[in-house]
Design a protein around this ligand. Structure first.
Ligand code: URA
Length: 206
């Protein structure tokens, strides 16, 4: 096959669909997904939810037990803390968009593995491309490392603004980590205040 033919061939990757893409199409592409081994034990695919016009997007790691049961992101204990973090900067859950790096629960809440992140992250990238948030908050190491394509630790990534394909990105601690390490909430709050400032949101008095 010649070079020209190679260049002209239709895109084989779903992510290459460009401006014909939609959240509905992404969700449809995930129906019955068997692209990685997480399909074996999942009960529900957790696509993500929120406003498709959100200025701010929160990206977590992957569904836990409650999320797997309900098919919704961040509805367990960590989700309750995430709701408080969102409200602390004067927003509500319905105003933002919440998604995860992997859409199916890693068994026993283990960390997602490299092959699983590789199989699933294109769907997240498509969600970000469609929602076009002004800013992304990467919750924890897996979201931050996947979006920024780095091995750096969350402790060195957090607290500074980064860029994901031209979109401002703030890495911060995952709410589940904050539940185990409440002394780190102070740093997470500093990160959220930076996010609010960048979005021109006045922080409500507490
Ligand atoms: N932790 C995550 O990273 N995502 C969820 O949806 C729930 C818990």
């Amino acid at each position: 096959m010649g070079q020209a033919q190679l260049r002209d061939s239709p895109p084989s990757n779903e992510a290459a669909l460009g401006n014909t893409d939609s959240l509905e199409l992404i969700s449809k592409d995930l129906e019955g997904c068997t692209r990685c081994k997480l399909c074996n034990a999942r009960k529900n695919i957790v696509f993500g939810e929120g406003s498709p016009a959100a200025r701010l997007m929160f990206i977590g790691e992957g569904p836990g037990e409650q999320e797997d049961l309900q098919g919704r992101p961040f509805v367990g204990k960590a989700g309750q803390l995430l709701d408080k973090m969102i409200e602390a900067i004067g927003l509500s859950r319905s105003q933002v968009y919440i998604a995860n790096v992997v859409k199916c629960r890693p068994p026993g809440n283990r960390n997602p593995e490299g092959d699983e992140i590789q199989a699933c992250s294109p769907f997240l990238f498509r969600q970000v491309q469609l929602i076009k948030p002004e800013m992304i908050v990467a919750l924890g190491k897996f979201a931050a490392q996947t979006l920024l394509q780095t091995d750096e630790r969350i402790t060195s990534l957090r607290g500074k603004l980064h860029s994901y394909q031209g979109t401002k990105l703030m890495p911060t601690f995952h709410p589940a980590y904050l539940l185990r390490n409440p002394e780190s909430k102070r740093e997470a709050w500093l990160d959220l205040k930076t996010v609010a400032r960048e979005l021109g949101i006045e922080i409500p008095r507490r």
